[in-house]
Every structure is written in structure tokens, then in C-alpha cells.
Design a protein around this ligand. Structure first.
Ligand SMILES: [Zn+2]
Ligand SMILES: [Zn+2]
Length: 238
């Protein structure tokens, strides 16, 4: 670090890092301290993954997630990070702490995953309206808006969540598909569109498969998925 940088660093006020929660000197508008930013680099999705769904695969073996229908209705998945440590903390903050600041480092990297690609619209995975009221915002919509600033892809809130069933994260993997069955409805015209469905994290994928099925039923040409992170599913996808 140069003397000038050191001096500039000392001038910054101490703010709590959104990941490690330590008071650190962080540039205004940034979510993470230098250490956590470094750790974030190590959480990038690496090479030993399936090209289609980004799940980890062993060398020369077919992808289990795809074989089990994990990508049904989805053309391809894009995501910058594995869901763990720093990314997990940022996403939890984003969802439950209402910290919109946490969205920016994720959205920036998400935008890079689809840079130069053409989509007609980005569609956020919706929340049920009472959940959205409680939370104050929909984290997927917020990610869409930030990604739009980087990519220019239009944001279209084409999906509505009709039913308020149990929160997906409270259920074991095998019950999640059932829980979201028929929960979403398409409320804007999507016929003939190449849609980029956006969510914060893909775990089993039941929610995004259900959203994709509805979009395709409504005539969307194809549905691609962009998430901030991909969690390693612990059990079977169905
Ligand atoms: Zn930190
Ligand atoms: Zn796969």
C-alpha cells in the first residue's frame, strides 16, 4: 500500500463490515472490508461444475442435478458465487436485515455473468405481498434493478406469488416442489420472450422451476436463470 493510500485509508470512517461485522475502514457505499472482499474471491464458482446448471461435478461423470430434472424448464443457469461464508452472510443480510447495501457487490458480479448476452427481460422471483410488506422490499427485484444499471436489460415484474404457503427455507428438500406447486401466476405478456429469471440463491431449484414452467406456459420462448449464488443441495432435488 502506498503512503497516499494509507493516508486515504486513515481518513475513512470506521463502519461495520456486512459480513464479518467488525468495525473497519470501508469506502462509503461499500459493503465489505478488504479481508471479506478477498474471501469473496475464493467463493467464485470454479471449473469443476456442470456447464448447464453450475452444480459441482466429478471429472468425467454426468451431472446428477441435471439428470434428476433440476433444470426442467430452464435453458441454462448463471451465477458468480457458491453459497457459503461471505456470500451466505450477504444474502441473509439482504433478505432479513433489509441491508440494500449488501446487494451491490452481488449484483455487480451477476451482471458480469451475463455481459454481452441478449435477453428481452429480467423477471424477479416474486414474494408473497404480506412478506414483501414485512421485509419492505423484494430482494430479487432489488438485484434486478442494480443489474439493469450495469446491463440495460429491462426489468419486468411478470410474476405474482398467489399463495402464501410455508417458507421454502423451512422445509426439507423433498417437500419444496410440492410447496410451490401452482404458487405463481404470470401477469404481464411474455410470449416470444427470452427471459432471464432472477433470484438471490438457488438451493434445490423448486421455486425457479415452478416460475419457469409458468413463464413457458404463458408463451415465453426460453427461460434462463441468474442467481447471486448456488447452494449445494444436500438431498435429492425431488
Ligand atoms: Zn469483513
Ligand atoms: Zn448440471
Amino acid at each position: 500500500m502506498s503512503l497516499l493510500q494509507k493516508a486515504a485509508d486513515l481518513l475513512l470512517p470506521k463502519t461495520r463490515c456486512l459480513s464479518c461485522d467488525e468495525p473497519r475502514r470501508i469506502s462509503p457505499g461499500q459493503a465489505l472490508c478488504a479481508d471479506c472482499l478477498n474471501q469473496l474471491e475464493n467463493l467464485r464458482i470454479g471449473r469443476n461444475v456442470c456447464d448447464n446448471c453450475l452444480s459441482p461435478v466429478r471429472f468425467n461423470t454426468p451431472c446428477e442435478y441435471c439428470a434428476q430434472g433440476g433444470m426442467a424448464g430452464l435453458r441454462r443457469a448463471f451465477s458468480p458465487f457458491v453459497y457459503r461464508d461471505v456470500t451466505q452472510k450477504l444474502i441473509v443480510r439482504l433478505k432479513f436485515g433489509g441491508a440494500a447495501l449488501a446487494a451491490e457487490p452481488l449484483a455487480h458480479e451477476m451482471a458480469l455473468c451475463v455481459s454481452g448476452m441478449r435477453f428481452d427481460a429480467m423477471v424477479p422471483v416474486p414474494l408473497y405481498k404480506s412478506h414483501q410488506r414485512e421485509r419492505g422490499f423484494n430482494q430479487s427485484r432489488l438485484l434486478c434493478e442494480l443489474i439493469h444499471e450495469h446491463t440495460g436489460i429491462p426489468v419486468m415484474e411478470a410474476l405474482l406469488k398467489k399463495h402464501n404457503r410455508r417458507r421454502q427455507s423451512s422445509l426439507p428438500a423433498h417437500k419444496r416442489s410440492q410447496n410451490v406447486k401452482g404458487a405463481f401466476k404470470v401477469i404481464l405478456p411474455v410470449a416470444g420472450m427470452e427471459v432471464l429469471l432472477v433470484d438471490d440463491v438457488r438451493t434445490t431449484g423448486s421455486t425457479v422451476r415452478e416460475c419457469a414452467a409458468e413463464l413457458l406456459k404463458a408463451g415465453a420462448d426460453s427461460v434462463y436463470l441468474l442467481t447471486a449464488a448456488i447452494a449445494k443441495p444436500r438431498r435429492k432435488t425431488k
